[in-house]
Design a protein. Structure first.
Length: 415
């Protein structure tokens, strides 16, 4: 038997192509239990569903998968309950290169599991992205020398070739209500402080940040109202056209994040994100290394407690500023911050943000401005609390402006 590659060829009409990717991973609804016979029937339906590894191959399907296969991803992963148990988790195979041909939505009770070494290549300029809805979960089990990678499938990849990763949880946001994400219009937020949207470890996201229908850039990865039981560690965005990483409310902690070359901010923190951060390394970013903001028009019913972001390296010299604190800001403590090549260290943008600093809601315990630009200013803040930041010698993410040891092996584009 000859190896087979599964693909959607250019000869298909556009209408057929669109129809195919929207129904590639559709399974039965939550109300319909699935027995073994029905599961086997899915092995002959021409779509990727159930526990198949590629289309109609692997899992409960009989026979062996071709040695050279391309898995097609797109459409929906729908959760199915049988006797109260989740039975529908789409498990990818690291020996297969996957092709993302359009939006992939992981719905309530659905789950996508990505093992170490898995590579997913998104078709450029077709509206491809991966989104996790409330109740859905994404599991990424990368390893230090063998990360999972989601990248562009273009011959010559460029920033903005595809959308990015969006995860929507049920943890609180600044309005105290449920909101709709600003990029693809799905719900996020709620009251579940310990909500879990999955597990991300050693994940690299490349060439994301496409412009959406609302003319806003996708982020490399965005966390909307994601809860504290979501593990976020060792994640890199590389060559994103928008923000590298964005937190919109929620309570998830985030440790060992890397943003390399972003067209907007390195990491944006908005809507009263209530997590803690540790070991962030940001380089080659067009705007602010870290942008912290809250909606000054919203009086939060549950304002965040003071959270801490520690051990940060912000490496220029293309930054507008190291830190941008704008609108109503938020209540944060930053400690052990190392910057290099800055033009402006801390940009306090607007009277509401300045008032938050007057009240002591931003505190920077130790920050170093190494090798600044010739016209450098540490801050433009002129309020009543000039001691809100303290200059000191710092190590940042571990190795000052150089790549930290914990980033070895699984990242790219770092010196």
């Amino acid at each position: 038997m000859f190896p087979v590659k599964i693909y959607i060829g250019p000869s298909l009409p556009k209408s057929v192509f669109v129809g195919v990717f929207f129904f590639l991973i559709i399974s039965c609804s939550d109300d319909d239990p699935v027995d073994d016979n029905e599961a086997v029937l899915t092995c002959f339906d021409g779509i990727l569903n159930g526990d198949e590894i590629t289309v109609d191959c692997g899992g409960v399907c009989p026979g062996f998968c071709p040695l050279s296969s391309i898995g097609i991803l797109g459409g929906e992963v729908k959760g199915r309950s049988q006797n109260g148990e989740l039975v529908d988790v789409l498990q990818l195979d690291p020996s297969i290169e996957y092709r993302l041909v359009g939006p992939l939505l992981i719905r309530d009770k659905g789950a996508l599991s990505i093992p170490a070494g898995t590579v997913i290549k998104a078709d450029p300029n077709v509206g491809a992205y991966i989104a996790v809805a409330q109740g859905g979960q994404l599991f990424v089990f990368g390893q230090p020398e063998n990360p999972a990678v989601i990248t562009s499938g273009a011959e010559n990849p460029m920033p903005g070739d595809w959308g990015g990763v969006i995860i929507c949880g049920q943890a609180p946001i600044d309005t105290g209500e449920v909101g709709r994400s600003d990029i693809i219009d799905i719900f996020y937020g709620g009251s579940e402080l310990e909500d879990s949207s999955g597990f991300l470890n050693y994940l690299r996201i490349e060439y994301a940040g496409a412009i959406a229908e609302n003319q806003q850039n996708f982020d490399g990865i965005a966390f909307y109202g994601v809860g504290a039981f979501t593990n976020v560690t060792n994640v890199q965005t590389y060559e994103s056209l928008g923000n590298g990483i964005r937190f919109i409310g929620g309570t998830a902690d985030a440790e060992r994040l890397v943003v390399t070359n972003a067209g907007a901010n390195g990491i944006a923190v908005t809507n009263d994100w209530s997590g803690n951060g540790d070991s962030w390394y940001l380089s080659g970013v067009s705007k602010a290394g870290i942008r912290i903001s809250s909606n000054e028009l919203v009086e939060s019913p549950n304002p965040i407690v003071t959270d801490t972001i520690r051990n940060i390296s912000i490496v220029g010299a293309t930054f507008e500023e190291g830190l941008n604190y704008s609108e109503a800001g938020g209540s944060y403590v930053l400690t052990n911050v190392h910057t290099t090549g800055m033009q402006l260290g801390i940009n306090v943008e607007g009277p509401a943000a300045s008032n938050q600093i007057d009240l002591g809601n931003l505190q920077i315990d130790s920050i170093q401005f190494d090798n600044p630009a010739t016209d450098f200013a540490p801050t433009n803040y002129t309020g009543t609390n000039p001691g809100f930041y303290q200059e000191n010698t710092t190590t940042g993410a571990g190795n000052e402006a150089l790549k930290p040891d914990w980033a070895n092996g699984w990242t790219r584009g770092l010196q």
